[in-house]
Design a protein around this ligand. Structure first.
Ligand code: GLU
Length: 476
């Protein structure tokens, strides 16, 4: 049997982390078994669906690298097929028209409640109600009255639903449009889906869907219901807990590989291992090993993982993502050193690409002003002489290399009888505007001779300016 899985989002918002994890599990399962992964857009709720949401979902999947083999298939393009199946169910007696009015259904519910029964449709149109003036009928599925539906869920284990607990659900509304449970069944059937991997909020739909499939003469697929994700307060993860949209993590400076690695570990584990490349996930993941209890989202751990990926991924790959964040700062990476070199210089000390971009902007454009604290501490009159010494040497340095730069800094300190920091730190603030940067030799080499010299001149002038102001206010 060749495995076919699907991800079936309703386009009523962005791709959130819960959906992304479901998509990842479905994708991994297909990849692991050499099967196919289908993307189906469940857009029949016209009111709540939007093209923007579809695009946001596609964008999220692309960014994560969850490429689909078939689709996107839009349910709104399949109405003819749904009507065909509705007719087939009516013809075979597995569905019937129900002419109950809203008022009648409300009364029915009220009486059931008064008797402390579970509210459900009592099947009064089951044996063939005739058309009624002014009532557009709905279509209901004739659910079996006896027996049980057994679901051997790949995550939850065996779940048994008694048919007596299920009522005759509506499969087409009075305006003729099919409902969710019908469209899902028709699609899973037509698309040959072998494994339905989805959120456990759909568990109660499963026996209904299985009964409809059987009425259509089909064998149901296997099901795997993935538990939900909780916020750190134990409540279902939502906007209240911070970023929940996949693309917000892109904006926040996360690498897609880090988010994937984080998501795969939400409810799944392999020993005590934390880091998995995508290939390793494909090799090791098994939907049967997914935990049946809900998992808690932990932003700190995601940040830790992101740092691991920033440090250990090929620098070209990190640079590719960093260039997006540089662009957001209005920086063209062509205006400075190669991004891959900047990544190598910065990766140990930055946990997000937003941070890396911000801390690397000075390589590409002039900074506006010095960090006040760093300047107060380091750009003082006594820094002028060592800065001047180094400036002269830098102008004539035959080869602009980290090694040669380092030698000049060291010799300047020795010559002036200063600690290395007293020389290197003013230099650092002079060239990058703040007290934090990669090692000074690496920083200067990447920055280039011309920019270094200009910024040192600027710093010397700035110190003189500060000094003049100070002298003025002393004498005034
Ligand atoms: N469209 C449904 C949802 O977004 C998923 C249905 C399914 O996976 O069967 O919740």
């Amino acid at each position: 049997m060749s495995i076919r899985t699907r991800f079936a989002p309703s386009p009523t918002g962005y791709l959130h982390v819960g959906g992304a994890r479901t998509a990842l599990f479905s994708w991994l399962y297909a990849r692991k078994h050499g099967g196919r992964f289908i993307l189906r857009i469940e857009d029949t709720d016209i009111e709540r669906s939007s093209i923007d949401s579809v695009n946001a979902i596609l964008e999220g999947m692309t960014w994560l690298g969850l490429e689909y083999d078939e689709g996107p298939i839009y349910q709104t393009e399949r109405f003819n097929r749904y009507h065909e199946v509705l007719q087939q169910l009516l013809d075979s007696g597995n569905a019937y028209r129900c002419y109950c009015t809203k008022e009648e259904l409300e009364q029915m519910r009220a009486r059931q409640k008064a008797r402390k029964e579970k509210p459900r449709y009592d099947g009064r149109c089951r044996s063939g109600a005739g058309p009624r003036e002014g009532v557009e009928p709905v279509i209901r599925f004739r659910n079996p009255l006896e027996g049980a539906v057994v679901v051997d869920d790949m995550v939850r284990g065996r779940i048994v639903f008694a048919n007596s607990e299920l009522d005759d659900l509506i499969i087409a509304r009075s305006d003729g449009t099919p409902t969710y449970n019908l469209t899902v069944v028709v699609d899973d059937l037509d698309m040959g889906v072998t494994h339905v991997i989805r959120g456990d909020d759909h568990i109660n739909n499963t026996p209904r869907q299985i009964n409809i499939l059987r009425a259509l003469g089909a064998e149901p697929p296997r099901y795997a219901h993935v538990p939900m994700i909780l916020g750190d307060d134990g409540k279902r993860l939502s906007k209240r807990h911070g970023a929940v949209s996949v693309m917000q993590y892109r904006e926040g400076g996360y690498l897609p590989q880090a988010l994937l690695n984080y998501l795969v570990r939400l409810g799944w584990s392999h020993g005590d291992r934390e880091l998995f490349t995508v290939d390793e996930m494909i090799e090791l993941f098994d939907i049967r090993d997914v935990n049946r209890a809900a998992s808690t989202f932990n932003s700190e751990k995601l940040l830790w993982l992101n740092h691991q990926y920033i440090m250990n991924s090929p620098p070209e790959q990190v640079a590719h993502h960093l260039s997006y964040h540089m662009g957001r700062l209005g920086i063209d990476p062509a205006d400075g050193p190669p991004l891959t070199e900047v990544v190598k210089a910065q990766r140990e000390r930055t946990r997000t690409l937003v941070e890396m971009a911000r801390n690397s902007a000075f390589f590409y454009r002039e900074f506006e002003e010095y960090d006040a604290k760093a300047a107060r501490k380091n750009l003082k009159p006594e820094a002028v002489e060592p800065l001047g010494d180094m400036l002269e040497n830098f102008r004539t340095l035959p080869d602009w290399s980290g090694e040669a730069i380092h030698r000049i800094v060291r010799e300047t300190a020795e010559l002036r009888g200063l600690k290395l920091g007293k020389v290197a730190q003013p230099l650092r603030v002079a060239v990058c505007g703040g007290a934090v940067s990669p090692p000074i030799d690496v920083t200067l080499e990447l920055l280039g001779r011309e920019r270094t010299i200009r910024r040192m001149e600027r710093a010397i002038a700035w110190i003189a300016g500060q000094n003049a102001v100070a002298t003025q206010s002393d004498s005034g």
